[in-house]
Design a protein around this ligand. Structure first.
Ligand code: AKG
Ligand code: FE2
Length: 276
C-alpha cells in the first residue's frame, strides 16, 4: 500500500510545540523552560511531540524491519565496563555488574521515509535541539548505523543502571510503551565532572530510591537528558507489548562516523547491512 511521505511540519505537533520559526516568542519561552529543566533535573520532557499520524507510520515501519534488529545482551558495570577493577573493594561500583538485554534496530535498516528520520534531519529541529542543550552547532551523524535507532524491549528485557559514556546529551522519543515496567528512572547528578561520588553511586546501585525520578513517558514524548553524570536505567518490561524507543545521535561537527568496535558491540556488525 502506498502512502504519503510526511513532511516535517506534519511530523512535529507544531500546535503544542511551535519550533519552526526561530523568531516565534512561544518558541523562546519553550526553550527557556526546557533549558531550565535540563540544568536542574538533568532531563526535560516534551509530551506529544510528534503527531498521531507520524507515530502510527513510524510504528508500522518499525514492524516491517523488526526481525533485522540485533538481540543485544550484556553484563556490565554502570561505567559500561565488562571487567571489574581488582584494585577496588568488591562492593565498589566498578565491581558491581548488571545484565541488560534488548533488540537494537540500526539506522540503515529503517526505511528512509520513516517519520523519525524526517524529524532528525529537519533543520528547524536541529536548531531547536541546539538551543535546548545550549550547543553552538549540531550535525546529523554520518555513521551508517548510529543516527536514528529504535530500541525494542520485550518481556524480561531491561537496561541496567549506567552512565552514558561520552555524549553531552541523549535524545529519545517514546514510540510504544510496555504494558507494564519499562519505566525510565534517573538519579539526577549522581556524580559530577570533578567528583565520581562513589558512595552516592553505590547507594543507588544497592537500591536507594530517595533521589530517584521516574520520567513520565507516554508514546510521542520526546526526552532530552544528560546521562553522563546521572545514573539511569529502564526497568524490566512485562507483558506482551514491546517497549519501542527511538534514539537520535547528533554530533558537534559534520561528517562523524562511529567507532567500528562500538558498532560491533551495539549492533553486532561494524558497517552497513547488505540489502534485505
Ligand atoms: O530507553 C530509554 O528510555 C533510555 C535509554 C538510554 O539509557 C540511552 O539511550 O542512553
Ligand atoms: Fe543511557
Amino acid at each position: 500500500m502506498s502512502r504519503a511521505v510526511l513532511r516535517p511540519e506534519e511530523v512535529v505537533n507544531l500546535e503544542a510545540w511551535p519550533i519552526a520559526d526561530p523568531a516565534d516568542p512561544r518558541r523562546a519561552a519553550l526553550v527557556g523552560r526546557l533549558r531550565h529543566d535540563l540544568d536542574t533535573l538533568q532531563y526535560c520532557v516534551l509530551p506529544d511531540f510528534i503527531t498521531r499520524e507520524a507515530l502510527e507510520q513510524t510504528i508500522a515501519d518499525v514492524r516491517t524491519v523488526f526481525e533485522r534488529g540485533y538481540r543485544n545482551r550484556s553484563h556490565r558495570t554502570c561505567y559500561l565496563y565488562k571487567k571489574g577493577d581488582p584494585s577496588k573493594p568488591a562492593d565498589d561500583p566498578a565491581n558491581i555488574f548488571f545484565d541488560a538485554s534488548y533488540r537494537m534496530i540500526a539506522n540503515d535498516v529503517l526505511p528512509e521515509e520513516i517519520p523519525i528520520k524526517t524529524l532528525y534531519h529537519w533543520p528547524a529541529m536541529i536548531r531547536f535541539v541546539e538551543d535546548v542543550v545550549s550547543a553552538p552547532r549540531l550535525f546529523p551523524s554520518d555513521d551508517p548505523l548510529q543516527p536514528v535507532n529504535v530500541v525494542c524491549y520485550e518481556a524480561g528485557d531491561c537496561s541496567a543502571w549506567h552512565f552514558d559514556s561520552t555524549s553531552p546529551f541523549t535524545m529519545t522519543l517514546m514510540l510504544q510503551a510496555a504494558e507494564s515496567g519499562g519505566e525510565f528512572e534517573i538519579v539526577p547528578n549522581t556524580r559530577s565532572q570533578d567528583d565520581p561520588m562513589t558512595a552516592e553511586v553505590a547507594k543507588v546501585l544497592k537500591g536507594d530510591r530517595s533521589r530517584l525520578k521516574t520520567v513520565p513517558r507516554e508514546p510521542g514524548a520526546l526526552v532530552i537528558f544528560r546521562g553522563c553524570n546521572s545514573l539511569h536505567r529502564v526497568t524490566e518490561v512485562a507483558g506482551s507489548r514491546q517497549r519501542l524507543m527511538s534514539v537520535f545521535v547528533y554530533e558537534d561537527h559534520p561528517g562523524v562516523i562511529g567507532d567500528p568496535g562500538v558498532n560491533e558491540t551495539v549492533y553486532g556488525r561494524s558497517g552497513a547491512a547488505q540489502p534485505a
